[in-house]
Design a protein around this ligand. Structure first.
Ligand code: MSP
Length: 500
């Protein structure tokens, strides 16, 4: 089945930080998991390059917006392979193909009668590129997100008749209780709708850094509509000569942070309805990463966790694992170097890494490097029953933290199994040969199963381990525990997570 998943696209007024890495890793984990299940996955990420924040940042550095966009887009693009992100395409909203298609779709919205010209007056945050309604403004006229002063803006705009989609959006939410997940974000979006929708600006007259409005070239489109449309336009040109729109639209999952909920769960479906396009199936909302002190990460507080530092010190898989393990999906989470180190040492090195090396070393030592052709332990097998199906169900709700916890319980179970069976004692006694065979076969099988399930989180380490185990194939059918590894030849494995 076609499965289309996206991240939000990042602003290029700054450089990549941990929040971007977090979202890309989580989305990548889901994409990889779905590929294992045999889905025909298309995974999109990219950069959001137009609008006031980018233009302002460029001018502040004495650059043209395009030059800043080129420079930073390159950094975002380079981050993807560094993080082992398996995206199928990287969209830049300055791609001419994107811009043309934005014009096409929004012209249709205009032709369908959903746009009118009016005057907008309100409090505007240049960093959000968004007008704020009175009840969200902080004391002293500050932006609720950036806590910077808002400016009073008055200008002629084209407006999108969002208010006329009130009923259809209410129906969308009523009929699709999983449209937004987790539920508390569904409720938040729904109450925003129920509080009554107002029309929104579709264009800006003063700005030139954007996609030109085709019916009035003195305006550019409001950056949010240009940006949201990336999810749709990319399919048209990601594979030259092969328009993927039919195959993948509508998207299955949009993965986003909680700060951009309104745009994705209210504006976006309404815009699609206005363009007579199907709406996405689910919007998965994650929380924010905070400094180790639980406060918003900021350079001045000195509580910023640099993803590159974690990768340099412990490797990419350790960063991926740490973020997926320590920050509960859908909630905010405090992260820091000390906690990353603890997870690395206690779980990756001592639990999983050690289990892997012990298993391989014992098969080498006691059975000449061949997984014994024996049955697997039934009692141990019972602890794996239903695991793959439960993990899959959790991924269907983007419960990637919970799924990881469930898998990790099996890593621990396997370490206990080693202690219980003490293969080194069985090896001393010829009469225990069959028991040793069963123990080693069960261990090899258990390690293989947890590794197949861990692939979305730690692809490179799992690859190495499965190769060393002589087990190939990441397919989800292989995530069931059973006697299948028999006869495989193991090869030496360097420590996956060496002591640092
Ligand atoms: N350009 C818009 C999105 C347009 S999507 C059509 C944007 N860009 S962003 O660069 O500010 O953020 C990109 C994504 O990173 C968003 O989903 C945002 O929530 C996420 N994060 C940015 N900072 C974050 C943290 N500190 N923690 C977790 N994710 C956060 O918004």
């Amino acid at each position: 089945m076609p499965f289309y998943i996206t991240t939000a696209i990042s602003y290029v007024n700054g450089v990549p930080h941990l929040g971007h890495a977090y979202e890309a890793i989580a989305t990548d984990a889901i994409a990889r998991h779905m590929r294992q299940r045999g889905e025909d996955v298309f995974f999109l990420t990219g950069t959001d390059e137009h609008g006031e924040p980018v233009a302002d940042a460029a001018h502040a550095q004495g650059l043209e917006p395009r030059a800043l966009a080129d420079r930073n887009a390159e950094r975002f693009q380079a981050l993807m392979p560094q993080l082992e992100i398996s995206n199928d395409f990287f969209i830049r909203t300055t791609d001419p193909e994107h811009m043309e298609r934005v014009q096409e779709v929004l012209q249709r919205v205009y032709d369908n009668g959903h746009v009118y010209k009016g005057v907008y007056e309100g409090w505007y945050c240049p960093r959000c590129a968004d007008f704020k309604v009175e009840n969200e403004i902080l004391e002293g006229n500050l932006c609720p997100i950036h806590e910077i002063p808002l400016t009073r803006e008055r200008e002629e705009n084209y407006f999108f008749r969002l208010s006329s989609f009130q009923e259809r959006l209410e129906r969308l939410f009523a009929e699709h209780p999983t449209f937004v997940m987790p539920t508390h974000h569904y409720n938040e979006a729904r109450s925003f709708i129920l509080s009554g929708l107002q029309d929104v600006s579709l264009s800006r007259a003063r700005l030139t850094w954007g996609v030109t409005v085709p019916w009035d070239p003195s305006h550019v489109f409001y950056v949010w509509f240009d940006a949201l449309l990336n999810y749709y336009t990319a399919l048209g040109y990601a594979r030259p000569g092969n328009d993927l729109t039919e195959r993948y639209w509508p998207a299955n999952y949009h993965v986003i942070g909680k700060d951009i909920l309104k745009f994705h769960t209210v504006f976006w479906p309404a815009m699609l309805m206005a363009a007579e396009l199907p709406v996405p199936q689910h919007v998965f909302v994650h929380g924010f990463l905070l400094g180790a002190d639980g406060r918003k990460m900021s350079k001045s507080l000195g509580n910023v966790l640099d993803p590159f530092e974690v990768m340099d010190q412990y490797g990419t898989d350790a960063l991926r694992f740490y973020l997926m393990r320590d920050v509960a999906w859908g909630s905010d989470g405090a992260v820091g170097m000390d906690a990353a180190r603890t997870r690395y040492e206690s779980e990756l090195a001592n639990e999983y890494g050690n289990l892997a090396s012990r298993t391989i070393a014992m098969i080498s030592r006691y059975r000449d490097g061949v997984v014994p052709p024996a049955g697997t332990d039934e009692v141990l097998g019972r602890d794996f029953e239903g695991l793959a199906a439960t993990v899959a169900r959790m991924f269907d709700r983007a419960d990637i933290t919970q799924a990881l916890e469930l898998i990790w319980q099996r890593v621990r179970r396997l370490n206990r199994y080693v202690e219980e069976r003490a293969p080194w004692q069985l090896a001393r006694d010829a009469e225990s040969a069959a028991a040793l065979d069963e123990t080693l076969a069960s261990l090899a099988e258990g390690v293989r199963v947890v590794s197949v399930l861990l692939h979305p989180y730690m692809p490179a380490s799992v690859d190495k381990l499965l190769t060393a185990l002589g087990a190939d194939g990441l397919g989800y059918a292989g995530a069931a525990f059973g006697p299948r590894g028999s006869g495989a030849r193991v090869t030496p494995l360097e420590p996956l997570f060496p002591k640092r």
